[in-house]
Design a binder for this molecule. Sequence first.
Ligand code: GSH
Length: 339
Amino acid sequence: MDILPLCLLIVSCCLLVWYLVERNRRKTRPMPEGLNTDRVIPTEQPWELYHNNLSLCSKKIRVCLAELKIPYKAHHIDLIETGSYQNISREFLKVNPAALVPVLIHNGHPIYESHAQLQYAAEHSATPAALVPADPDKKRLMEYWVTKGSLIGDDPLAALEASAGNTIPGLTLPLFGTMIERIPVKNILEGLLFHRLKERPLGFLLFKLVGAQRFHHIPPIRKAIQQSRDALNIHLDELEAVLAQSEGPWITGKQFTLADVGMMVIFERLLEADWIKEFLTERRPQIGRYWASLQTRPSYQSAIAEFDHPTISRGLDRLQTIKRHYPAFNQAITADPAC
Ligand SMILES: N[C@@H](CCC(=O)N[C@@H](CS)C(=O)NCC(=O)O)C(=O)O
């Protein structure tokens, strides 16, 4: 046998063995939401948080912890859009086999799903009434808007009508497209090999190959953006009506609650992904005032503004440049789904 085919065969076998061993070490699976007392994570402090600066759900629990004045040890976990797939590393999979952030740890046990983390942190803080109204009607209203602000399920596009939070991944696609420009392809390939939800790394690879200024030509991407935008318009019209009836300045009235935590991070994402002017029009004066009030909370400064990441600001700059130079890009993402 020639030496070259033999070498190729040996290298291929080694790569296959490496892949199988590594895949076995990086097993991923969905995790039950809420507190998992059967899992123990080594910790140094009563409260610890695995999070990412950009991630919407991470922002939400950071704001909640800041509002409740709960001190915690933070572990920043990179996601592909901020550099690499640290969320599918062997170390992080021991913390969350679902490979998702945020993960809140209390006394060594993880709490999965950010909406469950909000409720848990509020209940276990020194001031359980701080972010939850005592009045049952107001509490119900709060819970309704906490659900509205949640990111539900692995495929957000499947439940756009159920939650304003689910519209956010689709609306963030243009920003993801620019953020991914500087991320090496090899980092994305790691996701294709080991990510539980393969469509996510596949989407990023597509953005990378097609280029941020052209990816709106891909019909499913254009459709996802447009449908997310249309669904969010409906959620915001509902919010406008609720705020008009509330005694303000918050959703349930004078008390800032978990519902406002969820909405703060949604508006923040609209700002950082360059959508804010599209949604905060004169047609929604209540929301305009509401967003201004949200930005005055000390938690907005300490849990959001201070957690900028260079890839986010660079991505936004690049997105705005693309919109200036390629008007067709802007038209495509703001046109009707049928177009
Ligand atoms: N429903 C989950 C959603 C968690 C989620 O999708 N997290 C995103 C960041 S916001 C993530 O970890 N993405 C990493 C990836 O898909 O690779 C929650 O509310 O915690």
